[in-house]
Design a protein around this ligand. Structure first.
Ligand code: C2E
Ligand code: MG
Ligand code: MG
Ligand code: MG
Length: 291
């Protein structure tokens, strides 16, 4: 690289920094193309109602089928999307695919909801509520079937502008959930004023709660706190039957975790719905319609 021979005092960064910033540029333009060319893939993880022990929804989780790097989990590219201004188009892509999948399920007689993760960036996008309204309209999904999951820290960032968007979304009758609850540093006073409907207890507490007394106390008190604020409570990271039963006993509303299912491709989700006891009777016609 030419800068190596530069002796005029303009050598601002080392070769390796140059390489890594080039790699970053490549990754960024690859991600932009991936969004445009449908290289991203949506997976769906079932959410189970504790009262009926049946599926009531799915969470849409994005992956990237990268031509060279293989199958990438979201933690390897969500941050890049955030930092490079691609979050708006990524979220739009995810919302559209998730709503299309939800519409297909409804068409097959399976009336479950779909949850999509939003990032802090999305809460500063004034177009977001109108874009979501348009996508709901286009895909013919009732707003009440869409859940938007927003982390505690994203809700806390730039509170005033986030609140405007959250209130607009609330008025549209979509469901708002606080994701990873318990991991941020939110003020309960502020959170209790947000128009949210649901909290999701972070999986770190749920996964530890059968072996760690403190995690157990946190999970139990969060369920009570949520209910006392009039919110639905979801536990993520449910990996054992023991945890499932404990959560049922404590009155938790909904559970998500590897015990019931890992995130699945759309085709595997259909198979799971037809075969799993967690989906038994969910639609009398599902076999016929999905065949
Ligand atoms: P999240 O929204 O909290 O999603 C739950 C994560 O926990 C998922 O990881 C899921 O596979 C994992 N998980 C679920 N049950 C269990 C369990 O029983 N045990 C364990 N060990 N893990 C479990 P995933 O798919 O890798 O997603 C990680 C994070 O990436 C998500 O956390 C979310 O914050 C973010 N993400 C995923 N898709 C999107 C997206 O479309 N948009 C945005 N903005 N963020 C996304
Ligand atoms: Mg989530
Ligand atoms: Mg509401
Ligand atoms: Mg979470």
């Amino acid at each position: 690289y030419a800068a190596k021979h530069d002796n005029c005092g303009f050598l601002l960064y080392s070769e390796s920094q140059e390489q890594s910033s080039r790699a970053h540029l490549t990754f960024k333009s690859e991600l932009r193309q991936a969004i445009e060319n449908d290289e991203l893939v949506l997976y769906f993880q079932p959410k189970i109602d504790h009262t009926t022990a049946r599926i009531m929804g799915v969470e849409a989780l994005v992956r990237w089928q990268h031509p060279k790097r293989g199958f990438l989990p979201p933690d390897q590219f969500i941050l890049t999307a955030e930092q490079t201004g691609l979050m708006q188009s990524l979220t739009h892509w995810v919302l559209e695919k998730a709503l299309l999948q939800c519409a297909a399920l409804h068409k097959a007689g399976i009336f479950i909801n779909v949850a999509v993760n939003l990032s802090a960036r999305n809460l500063h996008d004034k177009q977001l509520p109108a874009n979501i309204a348009r996508l709901l309209d286009k895909t013919n999904v009732e707003p009440s079937y869409l859940v938007l999951e927003i982390t505690e820290s994203a809700m806390m960032a730039d509170q005033a502008s986030a609140l405007v968007i959250l209130n607009q979304l609330d008025k549209m009758d979509v469901t708002l959930a606080i994701d990873d609850f318990g991991t941020g540093f939110s003020s309960l006073a502020y959170l209790s004023k947000l128009p949210v409907d649901e909290i999701k207890i972070d999986k770190s507490f749920v996964m530890e709660m059968m072996s760690d007394k403190q995690a157990l106390v946190i999970v139990k008190s969060t369920i009570d706190l949520g209910h006392n604020l009039g919110l639905k409570v979801v536990a993520e990271g449910v990996e054992t039957l023991e945890a499932w039963h404990a959560l049922t006993e404590w009155g938790c509303d909904c559970a998500q975790g590897y015990l019931m299912s890992k995130p699945l491709s759309a085709a595997d989700l259909m198979r799971w719905i037809n075969e799993s006891s967690w989906a038994e009777g969910i639609s009398a016609n599902s076999m016929k319609n999905l065949a």
